[in-house]
Design a protein around this ligand. Structure first.
Ligand SMILES: *Cc1c(COP(=O)(O)O)cnc(C)c1O
Length: 391
């Protein structure tokens, strides 16, 4: 068997060697707390502020509009909780509007705000590609809406929402608009002014940066209550000693991702299109999920009739291919993907997904080896009955 082929870049990516090199001195020489007033601390602070400036200039925002967090999940939590609680305090707003195809970092946070804090939670409709229509948002947004959140590029199905148009609707009503841009930042140009967003979540490990670091863009003037309190770092918005090596790494990784974005997009799109067309041609029971063209350039996702997605992923792993399935396996009982159910898939189909997410590091021969192997693995997984209780 050839060496392992990694096709799960939507789950995480390797740290670029250039990024690792940029981070290294901040674990040893430049270790002081950036909040310390002595010269050692000032060196750390300078590194953080240089990184903040680099990131803000790549994204068209001001350095003060960026809050460093521990990753995409925390950014989503801070955005939803912080904006919802601030809106309740400032203008008695108790209504939250999200799409039904959010990452759990958004959907479970919104549910928590409903169940624990008594917010009213409503879901925007989506089409069969998981896209939200600006007209539907215009109908459902209310004067007492505390925050709206719609994912930019979907992690499970790759679809890209019309964020700028959705943001314009919210802006005209004076309602804060958040988007989870964790997948988008790796592949799409991000101009935070053009996007009409108030809050935008980033996570560095999806674009060849380190894990455990992310950022939340908070547009100047957006009310936000902190959810993590303490020493008052990040202008009182997120307390905790700053993760200096990771912040430096995030800036380096975002720079590389955006600098090489167009070349990489060409390369991965060609591989992805080849992959999608061969899968649909050679596997008669395969369906593409997500939008056929308005999708992440590296992202291919399918459902296969009568196949257990978790079994498929396990079998592909044995063959040397790392992919993923949307159905989270919970102690032997797979849960159908909420995202796929929201698109109108049957519970059975929502357990039968495969996600293949590429990067600039993948070579054409790796994709061909995968494609040579996949039809056989799918038919093996199909021959065994779906051995699960459906809800
Ligand atoms: C990975 C991911 C997250 C979570 O980010 P972490 O940095 O892993 O916490 C949130 N949203 C989307 C869309 C993601 O792909």
């Amino acid at each position: 068997m050839d060496s392992k082929v990694y096709l799960d870049h939507a789950a995480s990516t390797p740290v670029d060697p250039i990024v690792l090199e940029a981070m290294a001195p901040h674990f040893s020489d430049i270790f002081a707390n950036p909040a310390s007033s002595h010269r050692d601390g000032q060196r750390s602070e300078a590194a953080v502020e240089t990184a903040r400036e680099q990131i803000s200039s790549l994204l068209n925002c001001t350095p003060a509009e960026l809050v460093f967090t521990s990753g995409g999940t925390e950014s989503d939590n801070l955005a939803l909780r912080g904006a919802a609680i601030a809106a309740r305090i400032e203008r008695n707003a108790d209504h939250i509007l999200i799409s039904p195809v959010e990452h759990p970092a958004v959907s479970k946070t919104a549910r928590h705000l409903k169940e624990i804090h008594g917010f009213e939670l409503e879901y925007l409709p989506v089409d069969t590609h998981g896209m939200v229509a600006p007209d539907d948002l215009a109908t459902m947004v209310r004067p007492d809406t505390a925050v709206v959140s719609v994912i930019y590029a979907n992690n499970e199905i790759g679809s890209i929402n019309p964020i700028s148009e959705l943001g314009a609707v919210c802006r005209s009503r004076g309602v804060p608009f958040h988007t989870d841009g964790v997948q988008a930042a790796a592949h799409l140009p991000i101009d935070l002014v053009d996007l009409n967003v108030d809050l935008f979540s980033f996570g560095a490990h999806k674009f060849n940066g380190p894990k455990g670091i992310g950022a939340l863009y908070v547009r100047s003037g957006t009310p936000l209550t902190p959810i993590q309190t303490g020493g008052g770092q990040e202008n009182q918005r997120r307390s905790g000693t700053l993760n200096t090596p990771a912040i430096v790494g995030m800036a380096s990784a975002l720079h590389l991702a955006q600098e090489h974005r167009d070349d990489r997009r060409e390369k991965v799109m060609a591989l992805r299109d080849h992959l999608i067309s061969r899968v649909l041609e050679e596997i008669p029971t395969a369906h593409l999920t997500g939008h056929p063209t308005k999708r992440l350039p590296n992202h291919a996702s399918f459902i296969f009739d009568h196949v257990d997605g978790n079994r498929l992923v396990a079998s592909l792993d044995v063959q040397g291919f790392a992919c993923s399935s949307a159905s989270a396996c919970k102690v032997g009982t797979p849960e159908p993907s909420e995202v796929l159910l929201a698109l109108g898939c049957s519970p059975q189909h929502a357990l039968s997904s495969l996600r293949v997410s590429l990067s600039h590091l993948n070579q054409p021969d790796e994709i061909d080896r995968f494609l040579d192997c996949l039809p056989e693995v799918v038919s093996q997984c199909r021959s065994q009955e779906l051995n699960v209780e459906l809800p």
